[in-house]
Design a binder for this molecule. Structure first.
Ligand SMILES: CC(C)(COP(=O)(O)OP(=O)(O)OC[C@H]1O[C@@H](n2cnc3c(N)ncnc32)[C@H](O)[C@@H]1OP(=O)(O)O)[C@@H](O)C(=O)NCCC(=O)NCCS
Length: 412
């Protein structure tokens, strides 16, 4: 392919990624690596139970790569980079391989991932994860491939930080939901009242909120904003509480440490909950996934003492409650969480619902209840938050009971 390095630069590759790539220029792929041999892709696709049309597309992509030494070298380089520390997408910017001007470009990313399949399987195997869970988990590759096809009309896969979860064997697809090992990286902590187990979320110092308790952006129409305060001493926590419905409260509280303890703070180990695009999110099935997680992690990763399940998603914009029917899966799901505001934007909701971040809701077809709800709120002068963050501690997990939304905090 002509000017491949220049194209990779234009597609967003970082300088260190490019520098490493350029070093491979004088070392063409000497022998055909395993993952470019006929049969490798078939075997990988069969292991992943891929649909026949995807297997065929991947096979054709490999055939095309083999005719172009630069593309073969690129695939080998991408594979090695994905498995490396410094050049992984977590640590440096990758080019948007799917935008390269060749027929197969959409599949370059997935071929890179498949080229790492032996290492990925080995990492899950070393952790002693049952084969069924590994296969289910790696089913995410095809889900992403299909989602790409749905939005762009051709099969594809985008390499991002997300893939690191699989390379490091730190994500597990259990039933309807996926659970990823992670550190709590949000500016909200959860406290527990020792006497009755009641939970309260406090905002950290210096977060900007609107008068209604949602996140404030400087270009928001709301003129009235305020900033959270937080202080922790040996004796108390003082800060702005957040209601379980995701609104920060301007009035601060002082909570004595003899009565309250912190159960989730920054950097604590958590299980990040993800909802793959695989049919509806049936409420009971989601609950079963959480129950599976409660069995699975102590059994297979007993040293991983997670403090909470957390979720950061467009689905957790608490305003869906009130705009969607009470029995919608989205509403039922979000009411199980202790929600806190995030710095999301309305464009995030528009993208998730209409496939574009900047649609004009006056002109698009509103052919389902969610689209209607999103448009209705905007047309009546409302602003979507772009989502929300959610916390559920293992001790509070009682799916279907909306534990936090129903809790009454008396005598604070
Ligand atoms: C998350 C997801 C499974 C929820 O779907 P669901 O179970 O159908 O949700 P609900 O039952 O609450 O849907 C209510 C309505 O919204 C519609 N709807 C749901 N998700 C939609 C979406 N992403 N875009 C447009 N409409 C959607 C449903 O069709 C339904 O319409 P109806 O009442 O007219 O029949 C679905 O949105 C999805 O697959 N999204 C992609 C994955 C994702 O976004 N994960 C979270 C990443 S942070």
């Amino acid at each position: 392919m002509k000017n491949l390095t220049a194209q990779l630069r234009n597609l967003g590759a970082s300088e260190d990624w490019l520098a490493a790539w350029e070093k491979t220029e004088n070392s063409p792929v000497a022998a055909c690596p395993d993952f470019l041999h006929s049969g490798y892709i078939d075997e990988a696709c069969s292991y992943l139970c891929m649909a026949a049309e995807n297997t065929v597309a991947l096979r054709e992509a490999v055939a095309e790569i083999k005719t172009d030494p630069d593309l073969s070298r690129l695939l080998v380089f991408c594979r090695n980079s994905l498995l490396s520390e410094n050049l992984s997408p977590k640590n440096t910017e990758w080019p948007r391989l799917h935008e390269l001007p060749c027929l197969l470009s959409g599949l370059l990313g997935l071929l890179t991932v498949l080229a790492c399949l032996p290492e990925i399987r080995k990492n899950y195997g070393t952790a002693g994860i049952p084969e069924k869970v590994v296969r289910d988990t790696l089913g995410d590759f095809e889900v992403k491939l299909n989602a790409f096809r749905k939005s762009s009309g051709k099969p594809g896969y985008v390499i991002s930080r997300w893939i690191g979860n699989f390379i490091r064997a730190e994500i597990f697809w259990l039933g309807r939901l996926q659970f990823a090992l992670a550190a709590h990286n949000q500016q909200f902590m959860m406290l527990r009242r020792k006497a009755d187990g009641i939970k309260l979320v406090l905002a950290e110092e210096g977060l900007p909120f609107r008068a209604d308790g949602f996140w404030f952006h400087p270009d928001d129409p709301s003129p009235d904003s305020w900033t959270s305060r937080f202080e922790e001493t040996d004796r108390y926590f003082r800060g702005n509480p957040v209601s379980a419905h995701g609104r920060a409260q301007r009035q601060d509280l002082t909570l004595s440490k003899t009565e309250w303890e912190c159960v989730l703070k920054r950097e604590d180990p958590i299980l990040g909950v993800h909802i793959p695009a695989q049919g509806k999110m049936d409420h009971a099935l989601c609950g079963e996934s959480f129950s599976q997680a409660l069995d699975f992690f102590p059994k297979y990763l007993p040293e991983y003492r997670f403090k909470a399940f957390t979720c950061n998603s467009w689905l957790l914009d608490p305003q869906f409650d009130g705009f969607l029917p009470e029995d919608a899966n989205i509403v039922r799901f979000l009411k199980e969480w202790y929600i806190y505001p995030i710095a999301g934007r309305q464009s995030g909701i528009l993208n998730a619902v209409f496939g574009k971040p900047d649609v004009d809701v006056k002109t698009v077809t509103l052919d389902n209840s969610l689209k209607k709800a999103v448009a209705e709120h905007i047309l009546s002068g409302g602003l979507w938050q772009g989502g929300g963050g959610g916390i559920i501690t293992p001790e509070d997990l009682n799916w279907g009971k909306q534990v936090y939304w129903q809790q009454k905090i008396a005598s604070l």
